[in-house]
Design a protein around this ligand. Structure first.
Ligand SMILES: NC(=O)c1ccc[n+]([C@@H]2O[C@H](COP(=O)([O-])OP(=O)(O)OC[C@H]3O[C@@H](n4cnc5c(N)ncnc54)[C@H](OP(=O)(O)O)[C@@H]3O)[C@@H](O)[C@H]2O)c1
Length: 292
């Protein structure tokens, strides 16, 4: 069923327009999208809703869909969990601290949101999360939002960087995401369906690299590389893997002055809600391709 909240989101969206996002080798694909505030979204969903049809085939509103969001006790992760639950997903709201996980799930207040303890640097936690999905959710994982991250190290430059801080950033932002993606792909592959969204940053775009925030930038450059490698291995598997920059967002990490967390989360969810013929191995912000 189409939920009220989804319609509300879509009703706020302005003009539909189509954009060719990418051409890759001999496989060209186009992807339509409509407004994320000013641009973005998927026009095909919007058109179907306007005709009042129940969504079929892509099953976007299938209430059995399961999504895992890491680092979801606050900020963008929590907002992604909130929006996914409003779309009808069963959401595993993952946080490294048990109490914070439960508080965030309670604050969202949906029976579809379940708190999960998951430190992405812990092999044990990630394996336990996989076991939980196999046991309690019929081995079903449709969406992974690899959101957890640390160390926006504004006080460092590349030459002054404490390499322990760099190593910690890599352990969470790159290897943590990698570890969770391996677990997720193991669940998604047999069902030949899945969306992996690596929450990256324009700070990790090669074109904009400078000396500042070196631990963070290095980790996001590497996460973008991981995105391409995963997309390559999972091509033809029904699993789409993309990196998304949410833009500058007002969170604990982003600080004051950024855009609302709702807008940043929608930028991320665009890649979680892609149709089967959507792009893979891309870098996006608000549904638009951006330079690596
Ligand atoms: N905000 C922005 O302007 C902006 C811009 C571009 C990209 N991003 C990206 O967006 C994502 C979310 O950022 P945010 O602004 O929402 O940051 P945030 O408010 O600092 O939240 C980060 C989340 O990651 C969690 N986390 C950290 N280490 C973890 C670990 N080892 N295991 C599990 N969870 C862990 C934190 O949990 P604790 O509460 O336990 O610390 C917290 O829930 C990040 O990937 C970030 O790089 C943000």
């Amino acid at each position: 069923m189409v939920t009220g909240s989804w319609l509300t989101v879509k009703e706020q969206m302005p003009e539909v327009h189509a954009t060719r996002l990418a051409e890759r080798g001999d496989t060209a694909f186009t992807f339509d999208f409509t407004g994320f505030g000013e641009s973005g979204g998927d026009a095909r969903y919007a058109r179907r809703e306007r005709r009042g049809r129940v969504l079929e085939g892509d099953g976007l509103m299938d209430e059995d869909r399961v999504a895992l969001v890491t680092g979801a006790n606050r900020g963008l992760g929590m907002e992604c969990a909130r929006q996914l639950s409003a779309l009808g997903f069963t959401v595993l709201l993952a946080a490294r601290n048990r109490q914070r996980a439960h508080e965030a799930a309670r604050a969202i207040g949906s029976p579809r949101v379940h708190a999960v303890v998951l430190d992405v640097t812990s092999e044990t936690d990630v394996a336990r999360c996989g076991d939980l999905i196999r046991r309690d959710h019929l081995r079903r994982l449709d969406v992974l939002i690899n959101n957890a991250a640390i160390h926006y190290d504004t006080g460092q430059t590349v030459l002054t960087a404490d390499l322990h801080v760099v190593a910690e950033a890599l352990a969470t932002n790159l290897i943590g995401a990698w570890r969770v993606a391996q677990m997720a792909a193991g669940l998604m592959r047999p069902r030949r369906h899945g969306r992996i969204v690596n929450v990256s940053s324009g700070a990790g775009a090669l074109a904009s690299l400078d000396r500042h925030t070196p631990a963070y930038r290095a980790s996001k450059v590497a996460l973008n590389g991981l995105t391409l490698m995963l997309a390559d291995e999972l091509r033809e598997s029904g699993i789409l893997v993309n990196a998304v920059c949410p833009g500058w967002v007002e969170t604990d990490m982003g600080g004051p002055g950024g855009r609302p967390v709702q807008d940043g989360a929608r930028s991320i969810l665009w890649a979680a809600l892609l149709r089967d013929d959507g792009p893979t191995g891309g870098f996006f912000r608000d549904g638009r391709s951006i330079a690596w």
